[in-house]
Design a protein around this ligand. Structure first.
Ligand SMILES: C[S@@+](CC[C@H](N)C(=O)[O-])C[C@H]1O[C@@H](n2cnc3c(N)ncnc32)[C@H](O)[C@@H]1O
Length: 407
């Protein structure tokens, strides 16, 4: 079923990028915008495309697979499970494995088959039933053992990972290209509770449209995922992260390494930044069930919004991950307006990915201060704090090796 298309002597491989529900369009835009290939289909958590690179460096996708085979979905009952063996027969398995072998240095010969399945809707079979049918058929074809996930044990080293999805219309079989899923980032050596999924952080950075001269803020930066993903995409901007937790500050600094990201310990309810000094805010604030607001925000969460409004330039925008609709109402009450909104599915929750701009009323406050040359007297000591208006309010570029903030 693997088909090839010759185009200017270049082989274009059919690939599938898997992503969070709600990010399909962002991933498709990354595939298209970065010239990695041509999008051929958008499905539930899947972007199908053809690329000349079998391992495209997508940052907003969870993983990339070689498309192996497709057929109609088998429906909801276990009686038709055996029909899934057709996928193993349709797949040009040896050819797919040689493609994987040439794309990934680590994929030297395989010792077994491992299948991970997921489906939409209720079925009278489990994911393990579907995995076993396809895995055993693939193992017979390739003459290697099948490792079932039923017992919850990790597949032995050398197993090649296959992915099966049933979306109600189609059954799709894919082969993982790399041993390591794309969403695992080498920089993320330290973590904290509630840390963000890196592809989602990358997608938020894309939506923020960060320019080289921008000052970018995460007032509750945790392990620094948002700022790090943003700095990797736009290293010429200036990045400032704050967190009240000393552990989070340590983790973010370690993860950021040599990237131009300055991390300091501070309460997001009283940021040590001048008024109108930030062009972009990226944040998933501590409003969830996993992480609670502490410090000033524990008793006065609205301070988060007043500080955001204070530090943003009149044209500044914020890309936020907000757990529920009530947070949007709060944002609107604080003179923000949503310019883009997308509901996501994330670890059993359905948060909103929101792009906010200041309303005319929100902007006029900032503009008035600039015109009157009011100093940022409310802010504490910080980069550029207390220096008056105009260009002096701009946050200075912070480099980890020279910034005293990191000590
Ligand atoms: C959901 S986590 C952020 C995760 C982060 N985006 C990451 O990828 O690791 C929220 C963070 O808010 C921090 N926090 C809670 N109250 C705070 C406050 N008053 N000021 C600053 N940070 C605060 C917590 O310590 C936590 O690190």
């Amino acid at each position: 079923m693997l088909t090839w298309k010759k185009n200017n002597n270049t082989m274009h491989t059919p690939l599938v990028a898997r992503c969070l529900r709600g990010l399909e369009a962002v991933v498709a835009a990354e595939v298209h915008g970065s010239g990695l290939g041509a999008v051929t289909d958008l499905r539930h958590r899947e972007v199908h495309f053809r690329s000349h690179r079998p391992t495209p460096p997508l940052r907003t996708a969870d993983d990339v697979f070689l498309l192996a085979a497709q057929r109609p979905d088998i429906g909801t009952t276990r009686q038709r499970l055996h029909e899934l063996t057709e996928l193993a027969h349709l797949a040009d398995a040896h050819h797919l494995l040689s493609l994987r072998h040439s794309a990934t240095a680590s994929a030297r010969g395989i010792t077994g088959i491992d299948v991970s399945a997921s489906y939409l809707g209720r079925r009278t079979f489990t994911r393990y039933d579907a995995e076993d049918v396809v895995g055993q058929a693939l193992a017979r074809r390739l003459g290697v053992p099948y490792h079932s996930r039923r017992a919850g044990t990790a597949p032995p080293p050398g197993c090649c990972g296959w992915r099966l999805t049933l979306d109600g219309t189609r059954a799709t079989l894919m082969l993982r290209v790399d041993d390591r899923p794309l969403h695992r980032r080498a920089y993320k050596q330290r973590t904290i509770p509630g840390t963000l999924h890196p592809p989602l952080a990358a997608a938020m950075a894309v939506l923020a449209d960060i320019r080289p001269d921008h000052a970018v803020l995460d007032p509750c930066c945790g392990a620094g995922t948002l700022l790090i993903e943003a700095a990797l995409a736009q290293p010429d901007a200036r990045f400032h992260g704050f967190d009240l937790s000393a552990d989070a500050v340590t983790a973010a600094r370690a993860n950021a390494g040599e990237l131009p990201v300055a991390i300091r310990r501070s309460d997001a309810g009283r940021l040590p930044l001048p008024d109108d000094s930030v062009d972009r805010v990226l944040c998933n604030p501590p409003w969830g069930t996993q992480v609670h607001a502490r410090g000033l925000l524990a008793t006065a969460p609205s301070r988060w919004w007043t500080e955001l409004r204070r530090v943003l330039t009149p044209e500044g925008t914020a890309v936020l991950l907000l757990p529920d609709r009530e947070d949007l109402t709060t944002a609107i009450r604080h003179h923000f307006t949503p310019v883009h909104m997308q509901r996501l599915r994330l670890s059993g929750t359905q948060p909103f990915l929101v792009h906010l701009a200041l309303t005319a009323a929100g902007r006029s406050r900032a503009s008035r201060q600039l015109l009157e040359g009011e100093g940022p007297v409310r802010s504490g000591p910080g980069p550029g704090a207390g220096r008056g208006g105009g260009e002096h309010r701009r946050l200075q570029r912070q480099h980890p090796r020279t910034s005293s903030n990191r000590h």
